[in-house]
Design a protein around this ligand. Structure first.
Ligand code: TRP
Length: 394
């Protein structure tokens, strides 16, 4: 089966990425014809304002991929933007994709919903300010031609300034927490490109006639849309594309050091680039069962993120059982427990870290691998686009 998947370059990879996605890719590349790419165009759908870190993010991702076991002998590793045909197929698909399909996409709907909440906030500010503005305008001693328009403009300007002030923290930020919106939602992602994100993703997959797409559950709506676009194209212009399937696999839960989902933005992630010392510090600061205050209090391993790490990294299952027992009956304190988990984790991370360090020094090899991959991918991509042009009579 031909499989295709991509990842946006957003920085260094952490344990969550490995167990959620990469480990799966590494397995799949052994049995399938695999195409994995760095989705740099997709990075621009949200972070287009600030691209100064894009190059270094791409480089970090290249290093992480190879260090974690993606093998250029087994799979084609490349960079999306280097295969220009992705953008061409994206354009073709944008012609045949009804807007409503995209507006129903959950990611887009969330963004829109947040935007509406912010617009609501702006309206509230306007309402609260209207009387003040009226009074102010009534009190000024010169003639105003278009009183109503001035009033509206003033209100708009002030309300916008107030929303901005909320974002800048000059007005109580609690209000934003309540609304659960980010500045990016408000100002940056109401774009054509963000709406079309899944269309570009469909092009990424179908340009290689991908049959399987190994992704996380959050991507299912995008894969469904890819299938719909393939179906529509085939229906309109003749059988050209397969209908790809998402390849979901059970993945273990890897909590962050605070027990929440591991995420860079929560500041609770352990990265493959972390030094041994950094890992140690993060482990020693980890959250544990809040009811286990003293060393000899009984703990609840099942809700403790440290124990989740034991299950993943402490290979000796007898030892894991022992830890569970000793924690539960208050024999094992959290500090000692963390020391064990640190050793297990180090054993797991160290080889990857060494690989990373070697690759860091070999920028040329890195570039060569991804350059070759992009050429190889480009051959297939250009063939598909040729077929598409023919089907379209273009
Ligand atoms: N949207 C994917 C993500 O955020 C990244 C991606 C872009 C992708 N193009 C793709 C994944 C094509 C699979 C196939 O994780």
């Amino acid at each position: 089966m031909r499989i295709v998947s991509g990842m946006r370059p957003t920085g260094k990879l952490h344990l969550g990425h490995y167990f959620g996605v990469i480990r799966n890719w590494v397995r799949l590349q052994k049995e399938h014809e695999a195409f994995f790419f760095i989705a740099d165009w997709h990075a621009l759908t949200t972070a287009y304002k600030d691209t100064k870190n894009l190059k270094s993010h791409i480089r970090e991702l290249m290093i992480d991929w190879l260090a974690l076991g993606l093998d250029p002998q087994k799979s084609t590793l490349f960079i999306q933007s280097k295969v220009k045909e992705h953008t061409e197929l994206h354009l073709v698909f944008s012609m045949i994709t009804p807007k409503s399909w995209l507006e129903w996409n959950p990611t887009y709907k969330d963004m829109k919903y947040n935007l509406l909440k912010l617009q609501d906030l702006e309206l509230q500010f306007r309402g609260a300010l209207r009387d003040h503005v009226k009074e102010f305008l009534g009190s000024i001693p010169y003639r105003i031609e278009d009183f109503e328009r001035l009033e509206e403009h003033l209100l708009e300007a002030i309300a916008e300034a107030m929303v901005e002030a909320v974002f800048e923290g000059e007005i109580d930020k609690g209000i934003l927490k309540e609304l659960n919106v980010s500045k990016r939602d408000f100002y940056e992602t109401d774009t054509y490109g963000f709406l079309g994100y899944p269309v570009l993703q469909a092009a990424d997959i179908l340009i290689y006639k991908g049959e399987g797409v190994p992704v996380g559950e959050d991507q299912l709506p995008h894969i469904e849309l890819t299938r719909e676009i393939a179906r529509r194209f085939n229906h309109l212009y003749g059988d050209t594309f397969p209908e790809p399937q998402a390849l979901l696999t059970e993945t273990p839960k890897v909590p962050g050091t605070d027990g929440r989902k591991m995420s860079k933005s929560y500041g609770n992630a352990i990265f493959f680039s972390d030094s041994s010392q950094e890992v140690q510090q993060k482990i020693m600061k980890m959250f544990t069962d809040p009811q286990k205050l003293r060393k000899n209090d009984p703990g609840r391993p099942d809700i403790c993120p440290v124990f989740a790490y034991h299950k993943l990294f402490t290979g000796d299952s007898q030892l894991v059982n022992q830890i569970k027992e000793d924690c539960s009956n208050g024999k094992l304190g959290c500090v000692d427990c963390k020391k064990i988990v640190f050793n297990s984790l180090e054993e797991f991370i160290a080889p990857f870290r060494t690989q990373r360090e070697n690759l860091e020094k070999n920028t040329d090899t890195l570039m060569d691998i991804f350059h070759e991959g992009s050429e190889k991918a480009g051959e297939i991509a250009s063939q598909t686009v040729g077929e598409v042009r023919e089907a379209l009579n273009i």
